[in-house]
Write a protein that binds this ligand. Structure first.
Ligand SMILES: [Mg+2]
Length: 382
């Protein structure tokens, strides 16, 4: 059989911005970070000599890494550019290229990637990740709306100047909705913003104790990722899960967290730190499972969310220890209109709070380029 070759890579971006309905300042940019008014998207479009085209989110990785590669050699690509055994991590941000390779391989096999790799399920529960700090009454209203839509789990953010005001919000929401929904809480303490008031270990511990009493499902990033000992102390002292790791650059970086018991739930992101990809999510899930840990991947991407979510779902439908996946949803700003603009059929929840793993060949989705004015901003003949 003729070996498949990659012959061209384009970067597609939206000519017109994806306008948000109102300026957006997420909790992690409080108190005075900038407001976002629109989203952009940027995709790799990878052409092969056999007419198969793969898409991946562009995170800045160099398409020339694909030069001379047989697209079926994904493990080799991952090892060389993303695996993390080399000094200094890789810094190559190649996860979006790896996703495009999986898209090509699945399309060549006429199977969605999760089927090709050996599926464990066809549906995965998701949690609605809200993003902003609102008034207590607005949070209660919003959580009720999300419950009505069918979400079984909702994440709220903390980062008010007074941490006890944060706890009061969770308390009020819990008492308004009872146990009809799992409440997840993100303290976003692994933050790179310039003006950010970090909690002390003492504060984190006290907040965790209160949230534990409110039957919170998980507390995410109560301390920066590098405070492995502090996180382990909190984790040991509460029943609730302690979660984190969205900025973790490579699989091996979770080692100290697993050995110290600092995270009960690992939250790798398929593209945020650039190096996981579908291969890495499966790899860390296997390692975590061996140590009795759960994986609930972080998913973001703003305008690129639809493709990072589709690829994440393909990976997580092949593992045994993923109880749910993050689904950013914070109407009227973070919605399928702004985050899944290129999908004629956006990925959305069933009545049971799960999403169907996208089941078209490749990463499972049909990208309709006509839904936005796209332009080829760069192209490489490979
Ligand atoms: Mg987070």
């Amino acid at each position: 059989m003729h070996l498949m070759k990659i012959k061209r890579v384009e970067i597609l971006t939206n000519k017109e911005p994806i306008r948000l309905t109102e300026p957006w300042r997420p909790a992690w940019r409080e108190p005075d970070g900038v407001h976002t008014t629109d989203f952009t998207l940027s995709l790799y479009k990878v052409y092969t000599d056999q007419g198969i085209i793969g898409y991946g989110p562009n995170l800045g990785g160099d398409p020339k890494l694909l030069r001379g590669l047989n697209p079926f050699y994904i493990r080799k690509f991952w090892h060389n550019h993303m695996g993390g055994k080399r000094a200094g991590d890789s810094g190559k941000r190649a996860a979006g290229l790896e996703i495009a390779l999986w898209d090509i391989v699945g399309k060549a096999a006429r199977q969605p990637v999760h089927q090709l790799l050996g599926a464990s399920c066809q549906k995965i529960p998701v949690y609605a990740a809200t993003s902003r700090l609102l008034e207590i009454s607005q949070h209660i209203e919003q959580v009720k709306t999300l419950i009505n839509f069918g979400f079984k789990a909702v994440k709220l953010r903390l980062h008010r100047p007074d941490p006890w005001a944060d706890v009061a919000v969770i308390e009020a929401v819990r008492s308004a909705v009872g146990d009809t929904v799992e409440i997840l809480v993100d303290a976003n303490q692994n933050n790179s913003s310039e003006v950010y008031n970090f909690w002390s270990r003492q504060t984190a511990q006290q907040v965790a104790r209160e949230l534990d009493l409110l039957n919170v499902y998980f507390l995410e990033e109560p301390l920066p990722r590098n405070d492995v000992e502090g996180l382990a102390e909190i984790s040991a002292s509460v029943d609730m899960f302690i979660a984190g790791g969205e900025h973790t650059p490579v699989v091996a970086d979770f080692k100290s967290h697993i050995l110290a018991g600092s995270y009960d739930i690992l939250q790798p992101d398929i593209t945020l730190a650039g190096n996981f990809g579908i291969t890495g999510l499966r790899e860390i899930s296997s390692v975590a499972d061996f140590f009795g840990k759960l994986v609930i991947p972080h998913v973001t991407g703003n305008g690129n969310f639809f493709i990072t979510l589709a690829a994440t779902l393909q990976a997580m439908a092949t593992v045994d220890n993923c109880p749910m996946v993050e689904f950013p949803y914070d109407p009227p700003i973070l919605t399928p209109d702004t985050m899944q603009t290129l999908l004629a059929e956006p990925i959305w929840i069933d009545k049971d709070g799960s999403v169907e793993v996208p089941n078209k060949p490749g990463i499972g989705i049909e990208i309709d380029e006509d839904r936005l004015a796209l332009e080829v901003s760069l192209a490489w003949e490979i």
